[in-house]
Design a binder for this molecule. Structure first.
Ligand SMILES: C[S@@+](CC[C@H](N)C(=O)[O-])C[C@H]1O[C@@H](n2cnc3c(N)ncnc32)[C@H](O)[C@@H]1O
Length: 368
């Protein structure tokens, strides 16, 4: 069941998010992976000790982020490692916070929403992710025999680096529209010594047709997109159909793996259970001009059919208050002859993901 907030909860939520965000950006929260007293923290971060003491006391009393021992604070065990929390804060407060804060203006002029999304914050969120390996996505792709991949909206190239590290024969390409993400991706690739096998293009996925440098269709066995398709639902899905149609024309017969989430806001009847994470994501999507994606498999299937693509498999799960999926499509009606056959063991992939937050390669990232 969803918890519905009373007016004082609403006010408390705002005060909590602002103080937690301040402590995060100042570096105080990450520092509290080790315990520290207020005096030392104030000195280290050049902050007013009395005010810091009050803010930490407030966050300690109103959230489960901190534990206190005498005058010392540290992150609660459930908030460590901190990068899992940092991912959510950077994404929901850093990247989408300005969009939500600007709701009054966006409601009057929706065209201003997309410009309020803070792309560097989104790049920071995804850039610092260290997914568990092998990730569920990698297991699915391996089960389908994928050894070359074009990752659409590749973000910080987390998946490409994981796949290339695990398989010396793997070759990958990524495309992303954000300069900050492309730079985060290239840094990750260089750090991993994979420059020779992975290539990142700075491109909008809607403009791949005009790109001379895009990978050759013969070289790409499959395409993949995590949390990219959900961007194209502000017009009821017409843009999503257009994007898929163009991909089908550019890469006919190739497999496309879409990892994403089922939207909840405005869809009726409301699904049972707790969908807090999905509702947060939906609101961020709506106000930033991306729209709410379909709520279930039939809804997404209609988009695939309209683009003349064939759904061949759906992996689904629900955790961290969000329902996510990996849909496997053929771009067209027939697979190309060199496409790997549908694997018998694809059914054996463990789809119930129990790990929390960004581990939700996972669910959290499926809804970016
Ligand atoms: C939520 S992030 C997910 C990143 C990556 N797929 C992952 O799961 O780690 C969505 C990514 O899509 C990129 N993106 C959004 N719209 C795009 C578009 N029209 N063309 C290309 N990239 C886009 C964003 O810059 C961002 O890097």
């Amino acid at each position: 069941m969803m918890t519905r907030r009373n007016p004082m909860d609403v006010i408390e939520g705002f005060y909590c998010s602002q103080t937690v965000w301040a402590l995060h950006r100042l570096g105080v929260l990450p520092r509290l992976e080790d315990s520290a007293d207020v005096t030392a923290l104030a000195e280290e971060f050049v902050l007013d000790e009395q005010l810091l003491s009050a803010v930490l006391d407030f966050v300690h009393r109103t959230t489960d982020l901190l534990v206190r021992e005498d005058h010392r604070y540290r992150l609660a065990p459930s908030c460590r490692p901190y990068r899992r929390i940092a991912f959510q804060l950077e994404k929901f407060l850093g990247a989408y916070g300005p969009v939500i804060a600007g709701a009054a203006a966006v409601l009057g002029d929706p065209g201003t929403g997309p410009g309020l999304r803070d792309h560097p914050s989104l790049a920071r969120a995804f850039g610092q992710l260290e997914p568990r390996s092998p990730s569920l996505t990698a297991q699915v792709l391996r089960a389908w025999g994928v050894t070359s991949l074009f990752d659409l909206g590749c973000g910080a190239a987390t998946l490409l680096v994981e796949l290339a590290t695990a398989d010396p024969d793997f070759r990958g390409w990524g495309a992303d529209a954000s300069d900050a993400m492309v730079s985060a991706a290239n840094q990750r690739i260089s750090r991993s010594g994979l420059d020779g096998r992975l290539r990142i293009l700075r491109s909008d996925v809607r403009e791949l047709g005009g790109l001379i440098t895009r990978p050759d269709v013969e070289d790409v066995q499959a395409l993949y997109g995590r949390s990219i398709a959900n961007e194209f639902f502000a017009d009821g899905g017409r843009s999503a159909v257009d994007v898929l149609t163009e991909l089908r024309e550019l890469f006919p017969g190739r497999l496309l793996f879409l990892e994403d989430y089922y939207g909840r806001l405005t869809h009726r009847p409301p699904a049972d259970g707790n969908h807090r994470h999905a509702l947060l994501q939906d609101l961020a999507q709506v106000l930033s001009g991306q729209g709410v994606p379909p709520p279930d498999l039939p809804g997404w299937s209609r988009v695939y059919q309209a683009a003349d693509c064939t759904l061949v498999k759906a992996y689904e799960g629900h955790n961290d208050d969000i329902s996510w999926f990996i849909h496997v499509l053929i771009l067209g009606r027939q697979p190309t002859t060199n496409m790997p056959p549908s694997p018998a063991d694809a059914d054996g992939v463990p789809v119930a993901r129990s790990h929390a937050l960004n581990g939700a390669a996972d669910a959290a990232e499926a809804a970016g």
